[in-house]
Design a protein around this ligand. Structure first.
Ligand code: CTP
Ligand code: CA
Length: 228
């Protein structure tokens, strides 16, 4: 049996992390997804647990093995819609939510139950917008501390701060996924963290484990500060 972690800045806190890339089905053997590896989200889950939190990790498609620590509650999902439901179920009871997942912005309007057969020379796939999970959370925020990610290729600060305001986030983690050593699939990351006032953390090349610890330490400080 796992010993309860009784020390650390997140003891008694419920932390929910989303990770990986959502899978939007075209048919039983084909889908639309993205290059997210899930590494950043899994690192966040380990870091939150090491700081004493009660952790739920909601993971879409990922290359990562399930966490070894049985105290990290793993929930597997496939699509943006699945993730939306899994996240909403846990929102009221959550203290800190970190949305590291790469959620599809669009999904096929129809997904076929049987494998689509090849026919004409062209094929058109109609896509419809998914629900923006983060935006929905921001609209229904009570006491939860909400952290979003912004994966950008250029002008990261502008877009990230726009997302922070638009989605009513407490912090946004911006990473320029086009930079060497940052973004999808790598073991390292280069991030800048903003709140509504501006830059609060500037992390040059560091392991995703280190980036995760720094982000959660910042969140823990802010949550603790709010209680005083
Ligand atoms: N996100 C979400 N639900 C969606 C799309 C995105 O919850 N349907 C979340 C991601 O998990 C991430 C944040 O929103 O934490 C930013 O995702 P990103 O793709 O950078 O931003 P978008 O708002 O989707 O804008 P765009 O892709 O046009 O840059
Ligand atoms: Ca997007």
């Amino acid at each position: 049996l796992q010993k309860e972690k009784t020390s650390g800045p997140l003891v008694g806190k419920k932390v929910v992390i989303t990770a990986g890339g959502t899978v939007e089905r075209i048919d039983p053997v084909r889908y639309i997804s993205n290059d997210s590896s899930g590494k950043m989200g899994f690192a966040l889950a380990r870091a939150a647990r090491a700081m004493g939190a009660e952790v739920t990790l909601i993971a879409a498609r990922t290359d990562e093995a399930p966490p070894l620590d049985p105290a990290i509650h793993l929930v597997r999902v496939e699509s943006a819609q699945d993730m939306y439901e899994a996240v909403m179920d846990r929102w009221t009871n959550c203290d800190i939510m970190v949305k590291a997942a790469a959620v599809a912005d669009y999904r096929p309007r129809q997904s076929s139950e049987s494998k689509i057969k090849k026919s004409g020379d062209t094929m058109t796939l109609e896509l419809v917008k998914t629900t923006d999970i983060l935006e929905s959370l921001g609209k229904n925020k009570d006491k939860q501390f909400l952290i979003g990610f912004a994966a950008e290729t250029g002008n990261a600060e502008f877009f990230a701060r726009d997302k922070l305001i638009r989605k009513n986030l407490d912090l946004v983690v911006a990473n320029d996924v086009a930079m060497e050593g940052a973004g999808f699939g790598t073991d390292t990351n280069i991030v800048k963290v903003y709140d509504a006032e501006g830059l609060v953390l500037d992390l040059p090349l560091a392991s995703k484990d280190e980036v995760a610890r720094r982000i959660l330490r910042l969140a823990a400080d802010r949550v603790a500060g709010a209680l005083i």
